[in-house]
Design a protein around this ligand. Structure first.
Ligand SMILES: O=P(O)(O)O[C@@H]1[C@@H](OP(=O)(O)O)[C@H](OP(=O)(O)O)[C@H](O)[C@H](OP(=O)(O)O)[C@H]1OP(=O)(O)O
Ligand SMILES: Nc1ncnc2c1ncn2[C@@H]1O[C@H](COP(=O)(O)OP(=O)(O)O)[C@@H](O)[C@H]1O
Ligand SMILES: [Mg+2]
Ligand SMILES: [Mg+2]
Length: 362
C-alpha cells in the first residue's frame, strides 16, 4: 500500500502481553494492509511519542490514566481502545457480571444468565449461615478483585462448611455448576466474535461431595499447559472435539449486547453450559484484552478491527475537513506544536495524502 495513507496504531502493553500478542505474523499482515503497529514507552510522555490514529493499551494505574487523558485532549480525533473507566468495571467480579444480568436478548431455544452468587466482605458474614441461604455446596470462592494479579486468579472450590476456614474475604462465592469439564471462551474484537473450547474443572458428583477434601485450590485452569502435549491428551480424554459449540448467533447477540453495555471493544467472556439443562448457558467471567493470539487467525481479525477503528475516525474527520485551507490549519496545529515549521513540500504532501485518504474512507 502506498506510504501516503498509512495508519499508526500505538500499543502500550506489559512485557508478557507484548510477547504473546505482538507477533511478526500480526505486524506483517497489519503492515501489508496499511496499519503500522508502534510500541509506546509508558515511562515517557505519550503525547511526545508521535501521532497515533489509535492507542491500544492494557496497563493499570493513575499515572497511565493521566497520560491517556492528556493524549485524548491533545488528539481529539484519535481513538483510545478502550476507555480506562470502562475497563475498570471488569476489575470487580460483581460489577463485571452485572452487565450480563441487565442484558435482554431474544432467543428461541437458549437462555443465559450468571450463577447464583453472593459477595462477602468480612469473616463475620462468611460464617453467618443466613448470608448463605440462597447457595448450596459446592461453591467457588473467587477474589472480588480481578486486576490481573496472580492473586486475583487464585480460586477455591469449597465442598463443605469446613472449607470456609481457608477463605480470605473480600470474595465472591459462586455456586459451582456442573458443565461437563468444557468451557467456551468467546473472544470479542469490536464487531467480530470467535468462540473456542477449552478445558475446565471436571463435574462434581453427589458421591464425591461426601468423601472429597473440604477445599481444592486452583488457578487459571483453562490456561494450564495450553501449548503442551498434555493438553492434546486432555482434549481427547474430555472429548473436546465432540463437544457441540453454542449457536454462533446466540453468542454474537450476547457479545454485541455486552460490547455496547460495557462500552468495550476488546474482551472475552467465559461461558459454561449447565449440565442440568443443555440449553442454559452461564457467563462466569469477563476479561479485558485477553490472549487473542490463542484464537486461530487472530492476525486477520485484529487487522480488520484496526481498519474499522481508523476508518471510522477518518470519516469523522472528513466531515469537518473540506478544503485545502482546513487541511493546512489541521496540519500546522498538529505538526507544529513543538515550534518547528512544516516545509511547503511536506505541507503539499500532507494535503494530497489527506485527500487520498478521504476518497478511500468516504
Ligand atoms: O496470558 P494469556 O494470553 O493466557 O491471556 C490471559 C487470559 O487468558 P484467555 O485468553 O482468557 O485464555 C485470561 O483469561 P482468564 O481470566 O484466565 O479467563 C485473562 O484475561 C488474563 O488477563 P488478566 O490476568 O486477567 O489481566 C490474560 O493474561 P494477560 O496476557 O493479559 O496477562
Ligand atoms: N460457577 C462456576 N461453575 C463451574 N466452574 C466454574 C465456575 N466459575 C469458575 N469456574 C471454573 O473456574 C475457572 C476460573 O474461574 P474464572 O471466574 O474464569 O476466573 P479467572 O478470572 O481466573 O479466569 C473457570 O475457567 C472455570 O473452569
Ligand atoms: Mg476465566
Ligand atoms: Mg478472568
Amino acid at each position: 500500500m502506498a506510504d501516503e495513507c498509512r495508519f499508526r496504531i500505538g500499543y502500550a502493553l506489559a512485557p508478557k502481553k507484548q510477547n504473546s500478542f505482538i507477533r511478526d505474523s500480526l505486524l506483517n499482515l497489519a503492515g501489508s494492509r496499511g496499519v503500522d503497529l508502534v510500541k509506546i514507552d509508558p515511562t515517557l510522555p505519550l503525547v511526545d511519542q508521535g501521532l497515533f490514529d489509535c492507542v491500544l493499551h492494557k496497563l493499570y494505574g493513575e499515572e497511565w490514566k493521566q497520560q491517556l487523558e492528556e493524549f485524548r485532549l491533545r488528539n481529539p480525533n484519535a481513538a483510545i481502545v478502550d476507555p480506562p473507566d470502562a475497563i475498570e468495571r471488569l476489575h470487580n467480579r460483581i460489577s463485571m457480571l452485572q452487565a450480563v444480568s441487565d442484558l435482554r436478548i431474544e432467543s428461541r431455544n437458549e437462555t443465559f444468565g450468571i450463577p447464583k452468587q453472593i459477595v462477602i466482605y468480612d469473616n463475620e458474614t462468611l460464617f453467618d449461615g443466613q448470608a448463605w441461604e440462597s447457595l448450596k455446596f459446592p461453591v467457588i470462592a473467587k477474589p472480588l478483585v480481578a486486576d490481573g494479579s496472580a492473586r486475583s486468579h487464585r480460586m477455591n472450590l469449597v465442598f463443605n462448611h469446613d472449607g470456609l476456614n481457608k477463605l480470605r474475604p473480600p470474595i465472591v462465592l459462586q455456586e459451582f455448576v456442573n458443565h461437563g469439564g468444557v468451557i467456551f471462551k468467546v473472544y470479542v474484537v469490536g464487531q467480530y466474535v470467535r468462540c473456542v473450547k477449552r478445558k475446565s474443572l471436571p463435574d462434581v458428583s453427589e458421591e464425591k461431595l461426601g468423601v472429597s477434601e473440604s477445599v481444592l485450590s486452583f488457578s487459571q485452569v483453562s490456561n494450564v499447559a495450553s501449548n503442551e502435549k498434555v493438553d492434546d491428551k486432555y482434549y481427547k480424554m474430555m472429548h473436546l472435539d465432540d463437544t457441540e459449540m453454542p449457536p454462533q448467533s446466540f453468542l454474537a447477540d450476547i457479545a454485541n449486547g455486552l460490547r455496547h453495555a460495557l462500552k468495550l471493544n476488546l474482551f472475552n467472556f467465559d461461558v459454561i453450559r449447565d449440565a442440568r439443562s443443555g440449553s442454559r448457558y452461564l457467563i462466569i467471567d469477563i476479561n479485558y484484552f485477553p490472549g487473542y493470539a490463542k484464537v486461530p487467525g487472530y492476525e486477520a481479525l485484529l487487522t480488520d478491527f484496526f481498519l474499522d477503528v481508523v476508518n471510522k475516525e477518518e470519516k469523522e474527520v472528513a466531515k469537518f475537513v473540506s478544503s485545502d485551507k482546513d487541511i493546512r490549519k489541521i496540519v500546522s496545529d498538529n505538526f507544529c506544536s513543538d515550534g518547528n515549521e512544516i516545509g511547503p513540500d511536506e505541507m503539499e504532501k500532507s494535503i494530497q495524502s489527506c485527500h487520498q485518504c478521504q476518497q478511500i474512507t468516504r
